[in-house]
Design a protein. Structure first.
Length: 135
């Protein structure tokens, strides 16, 4: 019903307001914030309906390019970033820091531009990607 939908919308807006803190938060805190927001229907609809269909193919190409480099790490990594309301992917970070493939991927992902996320009373929409490389 409308009441439940409005309550969910307020919950997402409240969560998104915390996303402005993600720049100053620890990596683990940023991951937790992003996961919580991504679990909300409105954010999930954006990521799976607009974000990944738009930039996913480029991300796949970036990953292939990063893995093709001599000495590329095949270790799993986690990337966290923010999608600005302009669609820019900003504040990109990754762990583990020793993973040269993650460093390559993070640097290239920061050059992508996504469709703008839904308007909200926030500055950014947090994003987390857990990347595993299958042999």
């Amino acid at each position: 019903t409308l009441e439940i939908t409005m309550r969910q919308l307020y919950a997402v807006i409240a969560l998104l307001s915390f996303s402005n803190l993600s720049v100053a938060a620890t990596f683990a805190e940023r991951v937790a914030i992003a996961k919580e927001i991504e679990s909300q229907k409105e954010a999930s609809d954006y990521f799976f309906g607009a974000f990944f269909p738009s930039v996913g193919p480029s991300m796949g190409g970036i990953m292939k390019m990063c893995l093709s480099r001599d000495g590329a790490s095949k270790e799993k990594f986690t990337l966290v970033a923010n999608v600005a309301l302009s669609g820019e992917i900003i504040n990109v970070d990754f762990e583990p820091k020793s993973n040269n493939t993650a460093a390559c991927f993070a640097g290239e992902v920061a050059t992508l531009r996504a469709p703008p996320p839904p308007l909200c009373d926030c500055g950014v929409l947090p994003l987390v990607i857990n990347m595993g490389v299958e042999p």
